[in-house]
Every structure is written in C-alpha cells, then in structure tokens.
Design a protein around this ligand. Structure first.
Ligand SMILES: [Zn+2]
Length: 279
C-alpha cells in the first residue's frame, strides 16, 4: 500500500491517498471534517493526525460514506469524535460488523492488514440529508443508496464545487457490486451527482478524473443492464449471461479489476429479476 498523502484540490479541501479507499479532509477554518476512516487503525492514524494538525483546537467530525470495511474499520481512531453516517451504516455495522470482521480475518493477508480493531459505530445518523457548517465550509451530506451498499451517502461542497462520492464512483475500475445494493438506484444517484456541476470529484476508488467520469460509470451500468435484459429476454440462463455480458463489457469498455466482473454482472442480473418480480 502506498504511503499516506494529501492532495489539495481547492484551498482547505484535500483528497487523502494511501489507503484501500480514497478519503478526504475538509479544513477551511477551525472544525475539520474527515471523509471515511480507512480499513484499519494503521490507515486511520495518519489521517486523524493530519486532521488534528489542521483543526487547531476545533472539532473533528468523521463522515462514513457507507458501511463497507475499507471505509469504516478505522473508525476506532475517531472514537471520541463525532462520527456521522446515513442510518443504515450504523444498523449494518451494529448487526453485521463483528461477523464481517471475523470472516475477513479468516484470510491471513487481510488479518495482517486490518490488525486489531474494534467495530466503532457512527454516533450521529441521518435519513435523507444533513448539512454541516464546519469552519468556513458548507458540506451537504446526502443519501445515495441503496446503490453500491445499503447506507451510501456523499458529501457535496456547493461553494468549493467539490464532490466526495464514496463508492458510487469507481474510476477506471469495474465497480464492486456486493449484495445489498441496487444498480438502478445507483444509476439514478450518478445522474443526480452529474447535475450538481462539480469541478472536482473524488471517487471511492481509482484515480481522480474529470467529472465526466460520473457519466462514464453511468453509461457502463446502463449498458451492462441493457445487455443483461436482452439476454434474459432471449431465454439465456444466469451463468451464460454472466459469461457473455462480462465478455462483451470487457471487450467494449475495458476497466481494471476485471476479476470483479462476474460478480457485478450477477448482481445486475439479480436486480433485474427482482425488479421484474416486483412489477
Ligand atoms: Zn464499498
């Protein structure tokens, strides 16, 4: 894993690299807002240290963009801070976090990377939207899920025109699509994010790219969905659809982390079957 580093996008707004996911620090005056903690104490410590340096004696507020381990398992380092998230993040971590931690630690490499952590829950939750006025920054936290996960939300800074998407955006990579998400809502959330007119967009994973990256992932999801629909209508079975649509998406829209393709197409298939049985 690369070393911790910060890139200042506009004065006082930083993207933080060097963890499994991309994170951020918003430090305009006094109070500091941190976007996502990381997968471990080791990932979270330099992030909180940087936030503390920038805050002086101000508060530190952590925002978890969603419940996944690579964004929340470092929360323990922020134990005495305010930790904000969409309500489902707290619910999922409270119900499932300890089991998820035990399961992932079955993998010795992951056990070493995560080390000794205790699941630490958000202590402030919201349903649809919450606005923070931290130092000189207005930060709008808005629900985007269930899309990539149950508790997806993003942070939008209307004055600075910076958007932290969480895992609604994977740049240059096949998106991770674990169970519990919804590809249709995901497309709607990307459409809404495009409408904000951000100048800087920080994805949950992958490099920072121009804001048109939102449209590129939306197009990828829409195309994959329409190809799965066409195959279902032609009478193909799930496994054949995963194989055929995966191969055609790879050929037409190559992205990194190709290993995630079968799972992604399988999730899209499940979404479409669910949508059809509900209508
Ligand atoms: Zn995630």
């Amino acid at each position: 894993m690369a070393d911790f580093s910060l890139t200042e996008l506009v004065p006082g707004v930083f993207a933080a690299f060097g963890g499994v996911c991309n994170r951020g620090i918003i430090a305009t005056e006094g109070s500091v807002v941190v976007i996502d903690s990381g997968i471990s104490r080791a990932e979270a410590l330099p992030l909180r240290e940087a936030a503390q340096q920038k805050s002086g004696n101000g508060n530190i507020i952590l925002f978890n963009t969603h419940e996944h381990l690579d964004h929340t398992f470092g929360n323990e380092v922020f134990l005495h801070d305010t930790i904000i998230a969409q309500a489902a993040v707290r619910d999922v971590l409270a119900t499932n976090g300890a089991k998820q931690l035990a399961d992932i630690k079955q993998n010795p490499q992951m056990a070493e990377r995560i080390g000794d952590v205790h699941i630490t829950l958000p202590n402030v939750v919201f349903d649809q939207q919450l606005t923070l006025f931290a130092g000189g920054a207005e930060i709008q936290l808005m629900r985007a899920g269930p899309a990539h996960s149950q508790g997806d939300a993003f942070a939008w800074l209307p004055q600075q025109r910076v958007l932290f998407t969480g895992d609604i955006l994977f740049n240059t990579l096949v998106p991770a699509m674990p169970g519990g998400g919804d590809s249709l809502k995901w497309i709607q959330s990307l459409t809404y994010m495009e409408s904000l007119g951000a100048e800087y967009v920080v994805p949950g994973h992958g490099p920072i790219e121009p804001p048109s990256a939102l449209g590129a992932l939306k197009h990828w999801l829409e195309t994959a969905r329409s190809r799965v629909v066409a195959q279902i209508d032609a009478g193909a079975e799930r496994e054949a659809i995963i194989e055929q649509v995966g191969a055609s998406m790879h050929a037409d829209y190559p992205r990194g982390s190709e290993i995630r393709m079968p799972n992604a197409i399988g999730q899209i298939y499940s979404d479409i079957v669910r949508e059809r049985s509900a209508s």
